[in-house]
Design a protein around this ligand. Structure first.
Ligand SMILES: [Zn+2]
Length: 266
């Protein structure tokens, strides 16, 4: 989570709808609180609190940074939860929101596979999210980044419960199959101008001076979902040619098998 790098020592960060932890807490001098309704199957570093995002058990102006990483689409009381985020955020604090675009192939597969998959709110345009957050949380929109899909929710390495039978259509979550599928979708997007490999958007609100702009990464790991630039992967991840048109790399974060996609312009 790049926004954590810009925080002052002893800052407090809220992971809103954290599940097992929606980002790595990679600083020892920052306090990370993870809020979720349910106890997760695994826990990342940080303090866990079980509670309702629509009625947060925190004092007003408690946090320097709030991250809602793929959680707003799950909240039944969406407006109340966003209003609460605005309440517990310190004046001048930053709010990060990432959500799926409900019109994308990825979100359709997710909802089809999991018969809804717990997505109760559908966002179809970035303006909807910006308007909601500015209105309910009272923080100003600063930037939007496109997020690309990695289909990591289909990867058998990530199953914590037996997957639905429909997973058979995706080679039972075989990682190499999914790497090829990702590569194919990105190739179609590049050549035909489709948006099959899009996942959604990441928004930054408030927090003047906290954030540094970041590029949109096309290469997103099929196992852990970490994004990397093509240049970084070529430097660090020992890219090897498999066939003349396929280059593979092992994810620097989790060692997952991926095929490299050239970065599309724009
Ligand atoms: Zn990875």
């Amino acid at each position: 989570m790049h926004l954590i790098q810009g925080l002052m020592p002893h800052s407090r960060v809220l992971d809103m709808g954290a599940s097992a932890g929606s980002f790595a807490a990679n600083r020892n001098d920052v306090m990370v609180v993870r809020l979720d309704l349910e106890k997760p199957h695994a826990m990342a570093a940080g303090w866990y609190v079980w509670g309702d995002a629509a009625r947060m058990p925190f004092a007003t102006h408690s946090f320097d940074l709030i991250c809602s990483n793929h959680s707003l689409e799950h909240f039944h009381q969406l407006e109340a939860a966003v209003r609460e985020a605005g309440r517990v955020l310190k004046p001048g604090g930053a709010l990060y929101v990432a959500v799926p675009d409900a019109t994308t192939l990825t979100d359709r597969i997710y909802r089809w596979l999991g018969r809804g998959g717990g997505h109760v709110n559908a966002f179809r345009r970035p303006e909807e999210v910006v308007g909601l957050v500015e209105r309910m949380a009272g923080v100003k929109h600063r930037r939007t980044k496109t997020l690309y899909s990695s289909l990591s929710f289909l990867n058998s390495h990530n199953f914590v419960a037996p997957p639905p039978r429909r997973i058979a259509l995706f080679a039972f979550g075989n990682e190499r199959f999914l790497a090829i599928l990702n590569w194919a979708l990105r190739s179609l997007d590049r050549h035909l101008g489709t948006r099959l490999s899009r996942y959604g958007w990441a928004f930054e609100f408030g927090g003047a001076g906290v954030a540094a702009a970041q590029e949109a990464w096309v290469n997103v790991c099929v196992r852990c979902g970490a994004g990397h630039s093509e240049a970084y992967l070529r430097r660090k991840a020992s890219v090897r040619t498999v066939l003349w048109f396929w280059e593979r790399y092992r994810c620097p974060a989790c060692r997952g098998f991926n095929l490299l996609s050239p970065e599309a312009p724009g």
